[in-house]
Each structure stands twice: as structure tokens, then as C-alpha cells.
Design a protein around this ligand. Sequence first.
Ligand SMILES: Cc1ncc(C[n+]2csc(CCOP(=O)(O)OP(=O)(O)O)c2C)c(N)n1
Ligand SMILES: [Mg+2]
Length: 357
Amino acid sequence: MGDLLRVIKDDGSTDPELDPELSPSDAVRLYRLMLMERILDTRMLALQRQGRIGFYGPSVGQEATIVAPALALDAGDWVFPQYREPGAALARGMPLLDLVNQFMGNAADAVHGRQMPCHYVFRAGNYMSISSCVGTQIPLAVGAAWAAKIRGDRIVTLAFFGDGGTSTSDFHVGMNFAGAFHTPTVFVCNNNQWAISLPVARQTASETIAQKALAYGFDGVRVDGNDALAVYRAARDAVKKARAGGGPTLLECVTYRIGPHSSSDDPSRYRDEKEVERWRLRDPLTVYRRYLKHLRIWTEEFEENIEKAIGDEITEAVRLAEVNPPPPIESLFGDVYAEMPPHLEEELEDLKRVRGR
Ligand SMILES: Cc1ncc(C[n+]2csc(CCOP(=O)(O)OP(=O)(O)O)c2C)c(N)n1
Ligand SMILES: [Mg+2]
């Protein structure tokens, strides 16, 4: 269990026993989503620095652990995300513009600007709304899986969480319940080595996170989280097993948070830049490019075209999102009662008067 599951070899060839044998178009789709997440991060952080969005949590270095599990699901399955997985939402079909509207909290944002930026929801893709409270999505994923099992729906639920999330009581409650009730749940732990400024060695005395699954009576798999094919393979196997009634699986995707925890964090205050440089050598995009090159898909021209197309898509989404006004003031009072009660009507009138309209 201590060994890491790897599929892509250093020369870009793959382990024939483990290769999930993606079609060329699926192989490109996986790359495009990872690259989209990378470029989106750079652009959104820049917008945050310019004061055009309030806050942002980048995921540089973790793209494989985010996109590959989402691609292993069927359309009817459910995702219970943490807060660092925009690539998974896009993989579930969320339009980029919806995502950017949420980052800006404007009138077109599905949650009317009530959530922090990066706390999106995509109902049509069964992508649950995000809670900032670490770990709370884990029992929700298990509960939804249990409900599906009782109803006889052959769906799978997938929960994303971090290494820090494994220290919450919600993690242990969820894992225990999933094991005892044999729920169709896939737990994806993005072990990016840090929970803001706390290193994983201070998080747990266990040698690995994957081994925690043993105590709850199901399989734990330790995956090279920077090898997208390994993550995809492990997630696909876990999803298949869950759907066939084989119960839950915990995947520990070993990766690294290259960037800051969020736009409000300065990691130079608590970690050595040399550690970051070491991990940069195993950038998941570089690893995957070697594989695409081996398949004779990747060329410099391919890269230029795809980067330009993604860049243009983001520019257009930002342009359209910035045209949207802020949410109307009435939206503060909405979505609680079917009809607004008189005391809220009065408050709304007061608010309008104070605001001068
Ligand atoms: C219950 C709870 N405790 C503390 C926090 C503050 N907090 C936000 S993110 C975070 C770190 C989480 O680390 P990890 O689970 O490893 O996820 P990562 O950010 O590394 O992806 C903390 C402590 C919180 N949001 N919720
Ligand atoms: Mg972490």
C-alpha cells in the first residue's frame, strides 16, 4: 500500500498492464481540461490581484488529481467537491462562463453572490454546492450513496477532500459509515502535502492516508497524483467496483500544492522554495505531455493551438461575465420563503430608502 500506482513511464510509454487505453480524443480531452485549469488559475489570480474578483484558490500541480477522477464518472453520478476542483466542474459540463460568473458573484451567478468566490455549484452536472467547512462534504457523499443504494439507483458518489480533511471528524464518520453500509462511494484525497501552513507529517501519525481505509474495512489505493493516467485508472476501477456493489474505495493521490493556499496566502513564510522546485520536476502536465508525445499527438504546434483556444475562451468568458451587473438587492431576501413575509418586505423597503432608491 506504500507503493505509488504509476502508469506513465519516464519515456512517455505506459505500463501495458495498467494503461486504461483511452481513445485519442479522450486522451486529448483529459489534457485540455488539465491545461484549462492551469491557464484559468493564472488568469483568475491576475484578476484577483487587479481587484476584479475577491478571492481565488489555485490548484497548480494538482490538475491530474482533479480532472481524471471526474472523467471516470458517468453522467448520473454525483460529485461532492472540496473547493479546489474547477477542472472537475468543467469535466461535468459546467460552462466556463457560469464558473467565472460565480468567481465574480454577479447577477448571473447561480448562488447570487452569497458564497465566497470558488464556491460554485453545477446542478445539471450533479456537482454539489461547496461548503468552506473542511470535510463536511464527506458524510454528504456517503449519505447520498446510501440513499441511492436503498432506492436501487446504480449511481456512484465521489468526494474530493485534502490531506487536512482527513483530520476532521466528518472524514472518520463518513469512512466508517461507508464501510459498515457498503456504500457506492469513491473517496479522493488530494494529498498535496499541506493544509495551508501545516505539513502532512503534522496532520497524521499514519505512514500513508490510503492505509486508513483498512481500518474501515475497504480498499485504500495510493496513487501518483501527478500521473493522470494512474489517477484515471484507479478512479475508473473504484467507480466500477462501487457500481457493481463492491462498496467504497479510498484513493490517496499523492501530489503537491505548487501555489499558495489561496490569493490570501504567502507560502514563502512557512515552506522552503527548494521543496517546491523538486515537485515542479514532476509537473502533471509535463508528465502527461510525454505520454501524448509518445502517442504522436503532442507537437509544439498542437500546444500553441490548444493554449490559444483556451486563452481565447477565458478572455471571452471574462468579457461576458464583467458585463453582468451585481446581484439585485432584492436577492438578499429571496430563496427563503415562497412569498416574502411582511417583516422582510419592510426591511427591503428600509434598505432601498437607506441606499437612496
Ligand atoms: C472545519 C474547518 N476548519 C478550518 C478551516 C480553515 N481552513 C480552510 S482550508 C484549510 C486547509 C485544508 O487543507 P486540506 O484539507 O489539505 O486541503 P487543501 O487546501 O490543501 O486542498 C483550513 C484549515 C475550515 N475552513 N474549516
Ligand atoms: Mg492539503
